[in-house]
Write a protein that binds this ligand. Sequence first.
Ligand code: PLP
Length: 403
Amino acid sequence: MMYWEKLSKEAITSKVNQALSKNIRFDKNKIMGTSISFLDPIVFDKKYMRNAPFLTSMIHNPDHRGCHTINVNGSLFEGTKELELEVVRICAEELLGGQAGMQDGYIASGGTEANITAIWIFRNLFKRRYGAKNSEIVVFCSRDTHYSIYKGGNLLGIDVVSLQVDNNTRQIKPHVLEDKIASAKENGKKYFIFVANMGTTMFGSVDDIDMITSIFDKADVFYKVHVDAAFGGFIYPFTNLDNELSFANKKVASVSLDAHKMLQTPYGTGMFIVRKGYFEYLKPQERRYFTETDLTLSGSRSGASAIAIWMVLMAYGSNGLREKVLKMVNRTKWLCEELSKRGIDYYNNPYMNIVSIRNEDITKELVEFYNLVPDNHESPNWWKVVTMAHVDKMLIGDFLESE
Ligand SMILES: Cc1ncc(COP(=O)(O)O)c(C=O)c1O
């Protein structure tokens, strides 16, 4: 059962201030050897920012480069890196069922960076362990998968194959997966990276990981599974206690999360979490480029992002966050019931807070007035409503009345 404590505002402020006090200070210490500094004092004026730990953190400007689950000692910013470690631990172990101390992770710029990092790690693993060529490696994912996966394939020089899904269930069809694996093998592919969705961007659909991995097992190929939980990572683990896309599932190697979606933190608060050992594959092989202290894609990054996530996790505690998420999902359920009463066709995963309505069931005026988002701007088939915190019962009620 996941659990972490809820803290009062005073306790959060004091803990962040304590963490900041352990860091080196640009205004107090002599820091001459690196290209890091405080924020511009004319733009970021301290006077207005007292007692606001996130803003104070921005002024202190801690540099959190690197992956601290691997290497935190001897750092100039040890205090706030400890808060980042706590964030990664809570997400890896409490939220995603990982064993204590068995995951590495860091705060990435967002889901895009986290997804690219996963593909980067597995590509290198296949190359270094088995001598694979790029042309023998392929990424598989459902056609509802986020476009960041295509960016990753393009950057890393490996093909991406998107798999057709059932138009009603949004699930990959088993025979499609079997056929695509067979034809990929015929085309010389030997190593597969499967990106499983814990909440697709457009539908909130969640891939059936057991079906997928059993097909890969039968196909007798090398494969690794990455879970893109950038959208669903702070929803689904709260609403579905049998979540199979977690580290409790041995087949899952890594997970992307995005706090700047459901946790409502500032942008720049994604997260990449992977089982211990995999970061090894990001170490450059050429000795002269070797750097133990930063294996991440981001390089320099603000510690304030980690602090923002830590503050939200602490302000709610696990029980408070579950309550918040359940409220959103219940509002979604109410919207679905009302749409059904009106005979309107939609897709909704009952554990998620997205409702996608078919194009023929909604007017142009309504989608424009309520700023709904289509699956495809040129010729939309679906329009989605995402029941975020600000999409309250009143707003949903107005929408339903206009429908
Ligand atoms: C499922 C999913 N994956 C990845 C991303 C990319 O995240 P970001 O925009 O934080 O890079 C998104 C963003 O919408 C997403 O919904």
